[in-house]
Design a protein around this ligand. Structure first.
Ligand SMILES: Nc1ncnc2c1ncn2[C@@H]1O[C@H](COP(=O)(O)OP(=O)(O)OP(=O)(O)O)[C@@H](O)[C@H]1O
Length: 362
């Protein structure tokens, strides 16, 4: 089912939370809203579910208007037939697993035989068929979340909404449940809108990722587009570009243009310099900085190692650059034992290849 969010605005107590939001989600797509706390992700989801009403704009599913602030159309939440899965699971403690999953169907007065069959099918789908008679307190967190997922699936007529459903699970279970959620999305042929502030989760699950900032959409793209080609400093920072340096000027001393960035880094390619203006930014990942080599097209400079941290997850050094700037560099495994990387104060040459740089004008 196709979801159309058109010019949706929403304010709480005079604070504008959603600002003229427009988004079209294709039938069968898995879309993630990714952004920092407070940017309006949950509010967007709640407007689709009918738990909030937009002040302006409309939301339609397959051309059928759920809400239109201008014409005062408002379909109540239980008539929208969307499945919703919350971070808190929101299971009724006094109801068995089967009764929890049956609840939305009961509200819709689904005939008993159909109800039993749909409850059994969705519990089987999430691997909880043998736990139908248990109560929520007899289940682990991961099992409770599976029941919440089954209840969402049973309510859905094609649209599923997820509000940080995995945040309360430990890291290992979170990764396992991610693929379950994606599998069920494909198996049931749903259109899914998923809220998270975890970029790994968004990138792993989605067909397209929407990066939100202060109630507006900053970038829409496939996981690889947002990861490799962020459109702004904000988006680059959000998808994990550790290093973002501002261009301080363009010179043409030796004939070819050369751009200088914060920390004294300079372009070694006129093509790169021609795409840069003072005030634009060069963004690059710590894993794309090469220490001890230079002179291929890209960005080059020199600094001093301030600090090295080698842990199981990351092997990084902080390099201080002139002008009180520093950058983070991920050291390849092969270089870990090189003593020079462990010594504070050691001078290093550094280079970032052209293809690893993203030049941003905002
Ligand atoms: N019912 C409400 N009444 C007043 N303010 C609200 C209400 N719901 C949300 N807000 C405010 O709107 C802003 C956006 O909230 P929202 O939950 O949409 O953000 P979010 O991007 O989902 O953040 P998080 O990741 O923290 O859940 C926040 O500042 C929040 O305090």
């Amino acid at each position: 089912m196709r979801i159309n969010i058109s010019s949706v605005s929403k304010a709480f107590n005079g604070n504008q939370i959603l600002k003229d939001l427009n988004l079209s989600i294709e039938s069968g797509e898995f879309i993630t809203l990714l952004g920092p706390s407070g940017c309006g992700k949950t509010t967007t989801l709640r407007c689709v579910a009918g738990l909030e009403s937009p002040d302006h704009g409309s939301i339609a599913v397959d051309g059928h208007e759920f809400v239109n602030a201008e014409t005062r159309t408002m379909v109540p939440p239980h008539k929208r037939k969307v499945g919703m899965v919350f971070q808190s699971y929101a299971l009724w403690p006094h109801m068995s697993v089967a009764a929890n999953v049956a609840y939305p169907l009961k509200r819709r007065k689904t005939p008993a035989a159909e109800l039993r069959e749909r409850v059994a099918t969705s519990l089987e789908a999430v691997g909880m068929g043998s736990h139908a008679k248990r109560y929520p307190h007899e289940l682990s967190g991961g099992q409770q979340q599976r029941v919440a997922l089954a209840r969402g699936l049973v309510s859905a007529k094609g649209v599923m909404l997820f509000d940080e459903p995995l945040s309360n699970l430990d890291a290992k279970l979170r990764i396992a449940m991610r693929s379950e959620i994606r599998r069920l999305h494909d198996e049931f042929g749903n259109t899914s809108l998923y809220v998270t502030h975890d970029q790994d989760e968004a990138l792993a699950l989605s067909d397209r990722v929407i990066i939100m900032r202060d109630g507006v959409i900053e970038q829409v793209g496939t996981p690889s587009e947002v990861q490799r080609r962020p459109v702004s400093r904000f988006a680059a920072d959000f998808v994990g570009f550790e290093n973002i340096l501002e261009c301080r000027g363009i010179t043409q001393e030796s004939g070819a243009p050369e751009a200088t960035f914060e920390g004294g880094l300079r372009t070694t390619s006129s093509e790169l310099a021609s795409r840069t203006v003072p005030g634009s930014f060069a963004a690059f990942r710590s894993s794309d900085v090469v220490l001890g080599e230079t002179a291929q097209p890209g960005l080059a400079g020199a600094g001093r190692i301030r600090d090295a941290s080698f842990s199981a997850e990351a092997r990084t050094v902080i390099v201080d650059l002139p002008g009180n700037r520093s950058i983070t560099v991920a050291v390849p495994d092969a270089a870990i034992n090189a003593d020079s990387y462990r010594l504070g104060g050691t001078s290093v040459q550094l280079w970032v290849p052209s293809e690893s740089l993203v030049i941003l004008d905002r």
